[in-house]
Design a protein around this ligand. Sequence first.
Ligand SMILES: Nc1ncnc2c1ncn2[C@@H]1O[C@H](COP(=O)(O)OP(=O)(O)OP(=O)(O)O)[C@@H](O)[C@H]1O
Ligand SMILES: [Mg+2]
Length: 415
Amino acid sequence: MTGYVVDENTSGPWSSTTPEVDPDVSPSSTTPLHIAVVELDATVRSRLSMQLGSGVFDYEDFDSFTAQLGSTPTVVVIGPSYADPQWLGSVAGVLLPRPEVGAVLVAEELSTEIFQQAIRSGVKDVLAAPVDTAQLQEACRRVAESVVVHGRTVGGLDGLGEDEDAEGGRVITVFSTKGGAGKSVVAVNLAVALAMRTDETVALVDCDLQFGDVAVMLKLAPQHTVVDAVNSIDRLDPGFLQNLLVNHPPSGLKVMPAPLEPAYADQITADHVRRIVKGLRGVAKFIVVDTPSYFDDKVLTLIEDSDEILLVAGMDIPNIKNVKIGLQTMRMLDTPTSKIHLVLNRANTKVKLDVGEVERTLQVKADTQLPSDIVVPQSINKSTPVVLDAPRSSIAKALEGLADRYIPVAGRKRR
Ligand SMILES: Nc1ncnc2c1ncn2[C@@H]1O[C@H](COP(=O)(O)OP(=O)(O)OP(=O)(O)O)[C@@H](O)[C@H]1O
Ligand SMILES: [Mg+2]
């Protein structure tokens, strides 16, 4: 699944890219349909998966996808890496004998040659990249109608993308099991970049309740904090929550800062955090949450309730050791792997550890790599997020790229 390298020596939900398949299951109109994404490029793969919502199985190559294929009807989105005649030839060997697998190809260049080769290889629909979320979901729904098991169609994907709308905004929690890894830098800049790039409301909640520094990083003098939300926990309707959020004028981001005094943190329970985040789903399209660097009941609740977890790791052995423990803990908690995304911070640092080594140790592919850049501490000392302070820097561009993964191309605003 997302970003995970298969380890043949381990078992359990994190070690396998394989959806549970029962070969004896008899197909009916209620046969569950799997949605899969196959793409070599981790960033593109992750974006396509996010566009399809939760519960998508993703694979970093076609072999691992085919290795798990059983009789479960599947709609597979094949990414641009496979859109060349040679690859499509091998795709044909998988698709043509399997009417229970319907494929959509996303291609960078939609030439007649690619189109014809794709259709000859058994692909049902071809879309040009970058693909719009609505367009991709519609193509998957159409292809699902054509999937056949034992001579019968199995029905469509009517619910695709609906869970997101039903739940409201998307919750993205930025976490690390190592202090100083860069959680707040990632959370603040991701939230600001999202706010600048959409017309939708974006909220940032500082759940580092004792030592949160989101307000300082954004030069805010908070009129309200999370403590005010807790004090009115039984009336967190959208209007009330909107009034509690502190505006960040340069970006339009809405912020719920941490308590002004560390002592208040003790009064805040996991249930409070759950209800606040749930309430904010009704107010904002994206809710980015900054966290402390340890597991407590509040962080565990956030991990459970979030749609995405950005796990931040630095490039040194203590970081990698702690992040590995963090991953193991989340595995024990049955956190779906598809919602965990590794963000390697200071990934260009020459510290005798390379990205490949870190990925192998963690058994996880990095979804995002952020370079180390002096402009980061410089911007922090100006209380201006680096995406605003040094927008041309490579770190700002990488952070904007991270934000863009959540925004369909059509909804993206130009700065
Ligand atoms: N990519 C980067 N390049 C250079 N400096 C960085 C980078 N990312 C983070 N830093 C620096 O590392 C320090 C710690 O970053 P940050 O406060 O985001 O970490 P944190 O994980 O939130 O820490 P804490 O656990 O204390 O909350 C900051 O002073 C920041 O300037
Ligand atoms: Mg922090």
